[in-house]
Design a protein around this ligand. Structure first.
Ligand code: A2P
Length: 277
């Protein structure tokens, strides 16, 4: 089983591990042992958010794992209540206090909330946090192509990452093109479908049976083979280990096209022009 995840370069000069542990909706109590299991399985990337209410548990898991802080890549996300007027400074400080850390590796604007019109101003605060070293990289989450275009026009520091809901059912082709145009890494949340029927889709099951991998591994390989960072969530140590063991096999071009046929179209995904917090 692979314990050496591959990584993708970021526009900051650092890099991000292609597989990270997703932590929503785990509680503090649930997430700490999941983080320990993940580190034992070879994960070096953990994804949380102020809104998940589990940053204390993530920090506890990191400490219990015994791994040196600098070997980990930890992401958190700023909740909408901290957008605008430099409120992100206090928002990140609160997250760092809960995590027990003095910096995060990646800080994301959790949702664009375009109706509020504060994401550009929030980005300028993120640029200050980046300059101060409290966020080693800064990025976006749930930004649609027109949100990215608006932000990039005003930005001094380009976003490193845009984390969006992305799976074979919702492959977000337009978002990926827009991100690629600006050198922004695309990261997939709910990469294995968040418990919907993706893992029992006949196209996925057929590939899994043929190559002797699980459906989750086939879908996660689909992400990493296309340079999409994926953050599968599990609290189950066996599944946590399974989900990172995706670097010792490859999908064929025919596999990729049979998975591409699962696309349900943009309307099947969450719409961040109307949703978010
Ligand atoms: P559990 O936490 O019980 O393992 P996503 O990351 O796309 O949001 O999906 C998370 C869901 O997928 C959770 O319900 C999680 O359940 C389940 N899951 C995670 N890993 C696997 C796996 N390897 N096989 C099957 N289901 C999985």
């Amino acid at each position: 089983m692979s314990t050496a995840p591959t990584v993708l370069p970021l526009n900051t000069g650092s890099s991000i591990p292609l597989i990270g542990l997703g932590t929503s909706p785990l509680t503090d109590e649930e997430v700490a042992p999941a983080v320990v299991a993940a580190v034992e399985a070879g994960y070096r990337h953990i994804d949380t958010a102020a809104r998940y209410g589990n940053e204390r548990g993530v920090g506890e898991g990191v400490r219990r794992s015994g791994i040196p802080r600098e070997q980990l890549f930890i992401t958190t996300k700023l909740d909408g209540v901290f957008q605008g007027d430099d409120r992100a400074i206090g928002g990140l400080d609160e997250s760092l206090e809960r995590l027990g850390l003095d910096y995060v590796d990646l800080l994301l604007i959790h949702w664009p909330l375009p109706q509020r019109g504060q994401y550009v101003s929030t980005w300028h605060t993120f640029e200050k946090l980046f300059a101060a070293g409290k966020a080693r990289a800064i990025g976006l989450s749930n930004f649609k192509p027109d949100h990215v275009a608006t932000l990039v026009r005003e930005a001094e520091v380009l976003p490193a990452v845009n984390q969006v809901q992305l799976s074979p059912y919702t492959p977000r082709l337009a978002e990926r093109r827009a991100n690629d145009l600006h050198g922004i890494v695309t990261e997939s949340w709910s990469p294995i479908g968040a418990g919907n029927d993706l893992l029992s889709a006949p196209a996925i099951v057929a590939i899994a049976e043929r190559i002797g991998k699980t459906p989750a591994q086939v879908v996660l390989r689909w992400h990493v083979q296309q340079s999409l960072v994926a953050i599968p969530k599990s609290a189950n140590p066996k599944r946590i280990a399974q989900n990172i063991a995706v670097f010792d096999f490859e999908l064929t071009a025919a596999d990729l096209s049979s998975i591409a046929a699962l696309d349900k179209g943009p309307a099947a995904g969450v719409d961040s022009d109307v949703s978010g917090h």
